[in-house]
Design a protein around this ligand. Structure first.
Ligand SMILES: [Zn+2]
Length: 163
């Protein structure tokens, strides 16, 4: 069974992203890989550009006009409309492959996950999960519980060709 991905990232200048409203799936996949990826369906172009500049985030967008008006920010125009290819593009463009930390960040809200003891959350688990899994993480942002083999199996499958 695959363990949590543990690597030494000390030399990696962390890449942070902000994604436009059309790239919600891509944002989830980037989070699954551990990359700080802001996304909201309510951001308008001006907010995206402001946050990108303030927080040194790279703008990922499929909108040429947005990039044109973001002269003070770094941006990347995503070409594909399919999330798996989009992820491949971004991985290649920014050399992300060796910096992947699976299950380190909440897919729903982008917060870094914390290790949590099984006994502390046992009452929140279904019997099967309690029986078969021992390592769990919790999101301090939205309180979701994560474990290997949870609903992320499918997402992982489409990631494997990239890793
Ligand atoms: Zn969360």
């Amino acid at each position: 069974m695959p363990a949590w991905s543990i690597q030494n990232h000390e030399s990696f200048m962390e890449m942070k992203f902000i994604l436009d409203v059309h790239l919600g799936r891509l944002a989830k996949y980037l989070r699954l890989c551990g990359f700080d990826s802001l996304f909201s369906a309510f951001y308008d172009d001006r907010e995206i550009i402001e946050v990108a500049i303030m927080e040194s985030r790279v703008i990922l967008t499929r909108d040429r006009l947005l990039l044109k008006s973001a002269t003070m920010a770094t941006g990347y125009l995503v070409k594909s409309q399919y999330h798996e290819e989009q992820l491949r593009e971004v991985f290649e463009e920014f050399g992300l492959k060796q910096h992947v930390k699976l299950f380190s960040r909440c897919i729903a809200c982008n917060t870094l996950l914390e290790e949590v003891r099984k006994e502390d959350i046992a009452d929140r688990l279904l019997a099967d999960t309690r029986a078969y899994y021992d390592r769990f993480r919790r999101c301090p942002g939205c309180d979701r519980i994560y474990w290997e083999g949870s609903h992320y199996d499918n997402m992982k499958k489409s990631l494997l060709p990239l890793l």
